[in-house]
Design a protein around this ligand. Sequence first.
Ligand code: BTN
Length: 260
Amino acid sequence: MDQPLEADIIRTGLRTRFIGEPILILHSVDSTNSYAARDVALHGAVVLAEHQTAGKGRMGRDWSSPAGKSILMSVVFLPEQEIGSMLLMTIACGVAVAEGLEQVCGVKPGLKWPNDVLLKGRKVSGVLVESQLAGSTVAKMTAGIGVNVHQRREEFPENLRHPATSLAMEGLTTERNRIIAGILNALEVRYNQLTAGSTQAITESWKRYSLQLGSVVVCRQNGEEFRGVFTDLARDGAAVVHTPDGAEILVNSGEIRAPE
Ligand code: BTN
């Protein structure tokens, strides 16, 4: 572990208006996302933990990391906006993580749909956005971000679906407090764009980081698998995929990967 997580140090790097008030740092928790969804009701609150006992990944998977070795963070938003206008949030979070890492670590990450963050083809960060609805309004959104920071290669499980890396393995800075501030600064800009309806700013940035746009991909959605060219990102964050038989399919759930 480098420096422990410290709210005062994170705050010195923050240029935000509402994200980071308060910053809660927990030693151990089931999942920062679950804790935030359950126990935190302040717009902009940040929950951080040194360790998760039941960390959650996308699609019902686990997210595990040895204590003190990574960034395990959830940010609470109370948007009170129609669900349709918040669909791009998951894409916006991926962009914010990529921007934060680029700014603090001086590296150009790549994004895999919807928001896996990769360095040299290996996953360094993942995002899980969970929503609580009141009718068709999003009452609360919890943006969960995991970043691999100090792990050595042998500390990752062997059976990971995607090869993983950490900032340390790539020879980059491992100052978690600075990296957290960088990600939160970018996240507030992207959240404000989203709620102001400036979706194009977000989708265009995502496309600049995309590792898949213009490539042949294999998509899995609703139990079906098909192949096509990833041609565009729609306003709501769906991947636009053209199949060999001329169909245009919008992929808004599931996974998109490179062909074997
Ligand atoms: C994924 O790539 O599958 C998403 C991983 C998201 C992990 C983070 S760690 C902090 C927050 N709390 C969780 O339980 N999950 C997210």
